[in-house]
Design a protein around this ligand. Sequence first.
Ligand SMILES: NC(=O)c1ccc[n+]([C@@H]2O[C@H](COP(=O)([O-])OP(=O)(O)OC[C@H]3O[C@@H](n4cnc5c(N)ncnc54)[C@H](O)[C@@H]3O)[C@@H](O)[C@H]2O)c1
Length: 340
Amino acid sequence: MGLIGAGRMGSFHAATLARRLPHTVLVAVADADEERARSLAAELGVAAAYGDAGALLADERVEAVVIAAPARHHAALVLSALAAGKPVFCEKPMAVTSDEVDRVVEAAGESGLAVQVGFNRRFAPDFLAAHDAAASGDLGSVQLLRSLTRDPGLVAPERVPPWTIFLETLIHDFDMLAFLNPGAEAVEVVAFADALVAPAYREHGLLDTAMVTIRYSNGALAVAEASFSAVYGYDVRAEVFGSNGMMTAGAPQRGAAVRYSAAGVLQATVRSDTELFDAAYVAELSAFAEAVQGGTRPPVGPADARAALRVALACVESVRRHAPAPLAGRCAAGQHRPEA
Ligand SMILES: NC(=O)c1ccc[n+]([C@@H]2O[C@H](COP(=O)([O-])OP(=O)(O)OC[C@H]3O[C@@H](n4cnc5c(N)ncnc54)[C@H](O)[C@@H]3O)[C@@H](O)[C@H]2O)c1
């Protein structure tokens, strides 16, 4: 494997590829900051370090690529990897515009190569169990869904590009909602977003708090919400409610230990995504390696990336226009679009 983008997430994935997957060897690391690539390669005993992705893609030892560069570069890097004949795992979002994501979907299909997107929550056992319950029909017809992401630390707001809350954070929730409502398409969204954590950055377009309502082609209704500053920890949960019951997934508690004292009851919480989803991040790369080695299709790919991006882009439109934003989908039943 070769890794492109040796920042926070890239370093985590690199350590997984180098140390935690038994049948995978990390042979090269590339970063626009060559020194960063060199130091990560040295730390993990990786043979090659490059200052640009092209050099890594030209390295014949690299059979498949993991991309963890900033989102705005993803589509171009995926297309370059496919043009070089290399299967690719790309962090979310796989693209940031609809033209880009269409090009990626098309190129992935034409190449026949394994292409996977980093929707790691699908690999966490409780979220997968909720999906299985919905997909098997055990929950009956799906009617209501929710998903939330609350992150403990807005560290450097000036480094966060506008619309990140939809394109990079809530995109996980939009994918999870689709995972929990199998076969349905989002047809309309209403989104609200504001800068409640860091109001000074509102004028720069950094929105740190958001709430979204989504209507699906099977009539189901969903709510997704995000905050960039939850003081109590890293909190990701989801819920799917159907005619036969409900299933919930996710909890911010670190473990089952509870401390009882004169001050009350205390349970430690998870503080970061890499702590909460540690096993899921390993499982998603393991699934990618298996798909590459077996020549099979990864469990989550470009079509899923496109479905989630369509919702994120509709949220941007909804916030900009202060209005509901329809998606180019079909409504299954007339009863949920009442005439005025
Ligand atoms: N799945 C998840 O839960 C999850 C969590 C965090 C981040 N991410 C995603 O991972 C990606 C990276 O996020 P991060 O927090 O690691 O960012 P980061 O800023 O820490 O790292 C990005 C790295 O990419 C390098 N880079 C920039 N342009 C490049 C290029 N053209 N080619 C090669 N390298 C380049 C930068 O020098 C930097 O080292 C983002 O898309 C983000 O949304 C996913």
